[in-house]
Design a protein around this ligand. Sequence first.
Ligand code: NI
Length: 266
Amino acid sequence: MRPTTEFHVDLSDEQVAFFRENGFLSIDRITTDDEIAWLKKIYDQLFIERAGEAKGFFYDLAAPRAHKGRDLLPQVLGPDMRVPELRESQYYRNAVKLGTKLLGVDEEISAGGHMIYKPAGYGAETPWHQDEAYWNPNVYLNSLSVWMSLDPATLESGCMQFIPGSHKKEVRWHRHINDDPLIHGLLTDDVDPAEAVACPLSPGGATFHHSRTLHYTAPNTTERPRRAYILVCSGPTKKRAKPAHRPWQAEEREALAKANINAKVF
Ligand code: NI
């Protein structure tokens, strides 16, 4: 059963200013230990079931679609479509409340979720990228991602790392991991990792990052899995006069069509 204890959290003006300046923010806690315990059960069940795989809602981010063998960085899209109660969680409510404040949007916005699992010992890195490189090239976005860990997230298990201020520039040139468009994961070479700021978290802690903030997580070399539950908060979009040039998206669509694989690109 879902724990019903409410957990209140708010952001100071300094935290909001930090996010606007740096493109990321880390907070110690966004929900309760009880809710984390409840979420872990749902989370593990979705990955055991490979929820929605036939419809393209479950796949490995770091290996070619429909590959054989163990998953290096599996992802479940839209877990709240399978388990609508997730939208009642303190995590969801607080993420939307704080996300709305950080985006500077007047009306409360909706959020869509995904879960990224980094297996103990061999979970792959998520290379440097900007989330917007994956997303709809036809609009200007006002979006951020909330990233909560269900496990201790350290440098060695794959906590989030950010490049401060990178959200103020354009979307950089991206390519698919291994230059294979059947691998959904993107990376950019246009980054200086020496500028990275790491944000370790305890379970129930969270980071926020803007859709253009460069970020990375290292391979999981620990003996524990690293389970992350991400919510994307989106304010109103504005249509672009012409689509942003992101040819890696078309390359992926073409490769998927050729391989006859049913999958979502953005
Ligand atoms: Ni990302």
